[in-house]
Design a protein around this ligand. Structure first.
Ligand code: ZN
Length: 74
């Protein structure tokens, strides 16, 4: 996962809502499911590549996804 400070700088390109959900890929642990249910992260599923989006807007009526997962070293 990335540092919270990086997420705080991200703004939705469509509705300009800040503090997006970080999309987490791979097998979801019970802890990750809890975080997703609590609205802290978004689960992106098990298949992804460098072009998969890194963030999802937290507004339920927007859900725009942006960024590139491959731009991050982790
Ligand atoms: Zn948005």
């Amino acid at each position: 996962m990335r540092l919270p400070q990086q997420i705080l700088l991200e703004v939705c390109p469509r509705c300009e809502t800040g503090y997006p959900l970080e999309i987490v890929y791979g097998f979801a642990s019970a802890e990750m499911f809890d975080s997703a249910l609590a609205g802290h992260i978004a689960l992106g599923g098990c298949t992804f590549d460098d072009d998969s989006p890194a963030y999802r807007c937290r507004r339920a009526d927007c859900e725009t996804e942006w960024g590139r997962w491959g731009d991050f070293p982790d």
